[in-house]
Ligand binder design. Structure first.
Ligand code: URA
Length: 447
């Protein structure tokens, strides 16, 4: 590795508010990946960047060097445009499990590398692993083999994919430098660009259950993600979507898989079906199998109603070692030992549901991790009986909690009471999708 740069001088340059060249940025990422510079030096650099900001050139160099720190999978032997979706994370966001089989059933190859739950948000890998036997840990050979066979693969991040992100993310996590758009965008896009895609759909969430709390921050992130996609020659479309209440009714790993099984039979909650059809319709369009997003949405609805998407789901579950009997018969899945209900203390309308607190409640019941070593309980979680805007009477159930940790119930009940606001007036419904952002810019979008 070249030592043409002095890391202390680069930290000083950034500390003093100057911009680094692409070469200098790339040096830092490469040297760190090879353990040629120390954690404490990169920590100082990350904080200097966080406080002084980064320009577009620095952000692009950061992403490029993280991407090139590992293998960029070559899927050119597989016919067709490969398209994936990424969500910036939410509560009850299980859409990947629906749109992956839908889009691949419509003829577009979907190479999907997902992550685990982060903080109050759930992760696709944890949800998939609630299916007995299902594995997501595989080498690249197997990854390519599965997608060649089924137009679909659902994998975890291998050590060959963007190793710099893995190191940098761990460092950001313990140096209070996670919430910075150039770092988040670089981290997300380096992994997505490495998996072998030609195009990408992004679900950028804002609101109480999202990492970006305001629409303005979410737009800034969406624009950074779309710009990076364009710089790497990948068509990228982002939607800005509302996470002020959980998506669908179920939160928790198996509970969410169960909700997806119903959705793949066309029997899902309205918000889930609407958003997953929009995202899969956009993926089908970017995969050149539909002439427009609208046509893509129609194709999504078709593969759900003719059973092709559900069959694809069964095929991939079986191919990746999962027990498809629970997918065919979800009622046969074991239940949590303890169930409790949150009953309304007043009558009126559900005015708001704080998704962050609901996500944290579900985590406390066993559905998420507080430390890396924590083991997830697949049956733990929350099933909402009401959503924002619904009428509720005194004593009626707002939600049911499921856990194998009875000692958590009291504190979680209190947390959840605080998360649900009831008012005498029906609130105005909030829009599920507010904006679209692509190479032509950001504009309002109505679903
Ligand atoms: N998800 C990622 O992959 N990286 C981030 O930095 C934040 C969310």
């Amino acid at each position: 590795m070249s030592t043409k740069y002095n890391i202390v001088s680069l930290i000083r340059k950034k500390r003093d508010g100057q911009s680094l060249t692409s070469d200098e940025m790339k040096y830092i990422v490469q040297a760190y990946t090879l353990n040629d510079i120390e954690d404490y030096q990169v920590s100082a650099f990350l904080m200097a960047g966080f406080l002084n900001g980064m320009n577009t050139e620095e952000s692009a160099a950061l992403t490029e060097s993280m991407l090139n720190s590992g293998i960029v999978v070559d899927l050119s032997s597989i016919p067709g445009k490969k398209v994936d979706k990424h969500s910036t994370g939410g509560v009850g966001d299980k859409l990947s499990l629906i749109l992956a089989p839908v889009v691949s059933a419509a003829g577009v190859p979907v190479p999907m590398i997902s992550g685990r739950g982060l903080g109050h948000t759930g992760g696709t890998l944890d949800k998939l692993e609630s299916i007995p036997g299902f594995y997501t840990d595989m080498n690249l050979e197997r990854y390519v083999e599965i997608i060649s066979k089924y137009n679909l693969v659902l994998a975890g991040q291998t050590k060959e994919i963007a190793p710099a992100d893995k190191k940098l993310y761990a460092l950001r996590d313990v140096t209070a430098t996670v919430e910075f758009i150039p770092y988040i965008a670089g981290s997300i896009m380096s992994k997505k660009l490495a998996e072998g895609i030609d195009a990408l759909v992004l679900d950028v969430k804002y609101g109480s259950g999202a990492f970006m709390k305001t629409i303005d921050d979410a737009i800034e992130l969406a624009e950074a993600l779309v710009r990076i996609g364009g710089q790497f020659g990948k068509r990228t479309i982002a939607y800005l979507t509302n996470m002020n209440q959980p998506l669908g009714f179920n939160i928790g790993n198996w509970l969410e898989v169960e909700e997806c099984i119903h959705a793949l039979h066309g029997d899902g909650p309205d918000d889930i079906l609407k958003l997953s059809n929009l995202l899969s319709g956009t993926m089908i369009y970017l995969g050149d199998k539909a002439g427009s997003v609208q046509e893509g949405i129609k194709m999504s609805e078709e593969v759900i109603s003719n059973g092709k998407a559900f069959q694809k789901w069964i095929d991939i579950v079986e191919e990746q070692g999962g027990d498809s009997s629970v997918i065919k018969n979800p009622e046969s899945y074991p239940k949590a030992t303890y169930e409790f209900e949150l009953q309304s203390k007043n009558e009126g309308f559900i005015r708001s549901m704080n998704s962050y607190d609901i996500g944290m409640g579900s985590l406390e019941l066993g559905a998420g991790r507080k430390t890396i070593e924590d083991v997830i309980d697949p049956v733990a979680g929350i099933s909402l009986k009401k959503k924002v805007g619904d009428k509720i009477s005194k004593g009626e159930t707002i939600l049911t909690g499921f856990t194998n940790k009875p000692a958590t119930i009291e504190a979680v009940t209190e947390l959840l009471y605080g998360a649900v606001e009831i008012s005498s007036e029906q609130p105005k419904p909030e829009r599920l999708v507010t904006h679209i952002c692509d190479s032509e810019g950001t504009r309002a979008f109505e679903l």
